[in-house]
Design a protein around this ligand. Structure first.
Ligand SMILES: *Cc1c(COP(=O)(O)O)cnc(C)c1O
Length: 434
């Protein structure tokens, strides 16, 4: 498979080059040159395929022969070595639980897949890859666990001291081995600025291979298609394809779902469930794309005002808004609605949502009120324990803590405190790697 930059100003790249570079040199996002169709017979028989076989068939055409078959099978197996169950919540609404991975967030799948691809490609070149990540909490944990113990790759996570939750901090700082936590005496923006400056620092060129585990990387974006195929495998009424409601921030997840749909996977429709950061819902109403500054909400992993993957969605539909509207709706849900949905669903069904899932649930429920003959799936992107401070007061009871979270809280934190200054990061890189 080859990839082109959506800015059309860079050379065509292989999967390997696109994975190593992340973003194209012209700052565009990489996009596959063709959309490979699923074989109809294979889709029809999906219930008889193992999850590993489904994941392999879904991703393989995007890689071609750049990773040999047995290595790719191994990578795929490690990527989804936890359950992804589809569970009925009401007669019409099912939940796809994407939070059974090591950090209880759906980003585990993309991070695990990308890390193993990067490990595979750097093994060939014998050069250590140093992955730099700035995190406000969730991404760092998924990346840290995804890359843990991957040979040939070191990870440096920069996080703002005192500004991440206790669970998040422990997830970042207790792994050891090839995962290093830099605790920055500053804000998330400081962390991000330090990482950006490092990528632009030409004094490392040819000496250190610095790369990012950013969500725009094709190796993080494409494996997310697997969720939707696993949902379809478990969907009972195959004569009525589901409506998918996806809590959306950067729109990578929902974009992967629509890619799977265009390859032939059955779906009735997609709903982008957004919080008050409503650039896409407004665009669907007015035809005008006007990002405003991001605002903080209860579903904070979706506090994105200018979603980077929206250009990929437009590319999937050849820039035709008419075609896009036939497949996608976008909805905004307020914090107040998020709270009342959490409470109502807990009391009426016994199911505990997290704030992101609550946004997805309500968006789907509204659609189904309008089209009562349909049924659908919402994606639950995080375990409610990660947001217990929001969830517990609203449902007025405790969220049971999974054993793995208890375990991580007991481990000892290891971090290196640094000033919020690029020179501190540079000194650390030189000290550690030259
Ligand atoms: C990252 C994230 C999202 C948003 O996913 P996108 O692919 O960026 O749209 C939703 N929920 C949670 C819990 C997340 O961590």
């Amino acid at each position: 498979m080859t990839y082109y930059s959506l800015h059309q100003n860079s050379a065509i790249a292989s999967f390997k080059q696109a994975t190593l570079l992340g973003q194209a040199p012209d700052k565009g996002l990489y996009f596959p040159a063709i959309i490979p169709a699923f074989e109809p017979k294979w889709l029809k028989d999906i219930e008889h395929h193992s999850n590993e076989a489904i994941a392999f068939e879904t991703i393989q055409p995007f890689i071609g022969d750049e990773i040999d078959k047995s290595s790719l099978q191994c990578i795929v197996q490690e990527t989804i070595n936890f359950p992804i169950p589809l569970i009925d919540v009401t007669d019409q609404i099912a939940v796809l639980e994407l939070f059974h991975g090591p950090t209880h967030a759906f980003k585990d799948v993309g991070a695990r897949f990308m890390s193993r691809c990067l490990g595979y490609f750097t093994r060939e070149t014998h050069q250590k890859a140093i992955v730099l990540v700035a995190t406000s909490g969730d991404t760092g944990g998924a990346v840290a666990h995804g890359f843990y113990n991957v040979e040939g790759v070191d990870v440096l996570i920069l996080y703002p001291s005192g500004k991440v939750s206790a669970v998040q901090e422990k997830q970042l700082t207790t792994l050891g081995k090839n995962i290093h936590a830099l605790e920055v005496d500053g804000t998330f923006d400081d962390c991000q600025q330090m990482v950006k400056t490092a990528f632009a620092d030409t004094s490392f060129t040819g000496k250190l291979f610095l790369t990012s585990a950013n969500s725009i990387n094709v190796a993080r974006w494409l494996p997310q298609q697997i969720y939707y195929l696993l949902a379809w495998k478990q969907w009972k009424n195959k004569s009525m394809p589901p409506v998918f409601s996806v809590p959306s921030g950067n729109f990578g997840n929902i974009c992967a779902g629509m890619l799977a749909f265009l390859r032939g996977m059955p779906a009735h429709r997609f709903i982008a469930a957004c919080n008050a950061n409503d650039t896409v819902p407004s665009f669907m109403e007015t035809n005008s794309y006007q990002p405003k500054p991001a605002v903080a909400t209860l579903s904070n992993a979706m506090d994105v005002s200018d979603p980077s993957n929206f250009v990929r969605i437009l590319a999937l539909f050849h820039q035709s808004q008419e075609k896009l509207r036939q497949v996608l709706s976008a909805v905004r849900i307020s914090d107040e609605e998020t709270r009342t949905t959490l409470r109502r669903v807990h009391h009426s069904t016994g199911y505990t949502l997290d704030p992101h899932g609550a946004v997805g649930y309500l968006a789907l429920e509204r659609y189904l009120n309008e089209y009562p003959e349909k049924a659908g799936i919402f994606l639950e992107t995080a375990h409610p324990i990660k947001f217990y401070n929001v969830v517990e007061p609203v449902i007025n009871s405790k969220v049971p803590m999974p054993e793995s979270v208890k375990g991580v809280l007991e481990l000892e934190k290891k971090s290196v405190m640094v000033e919020a200054d690029y020179l501190a990061l540079k000194a650390y890189l030189i000290r550690s790697y030259s």
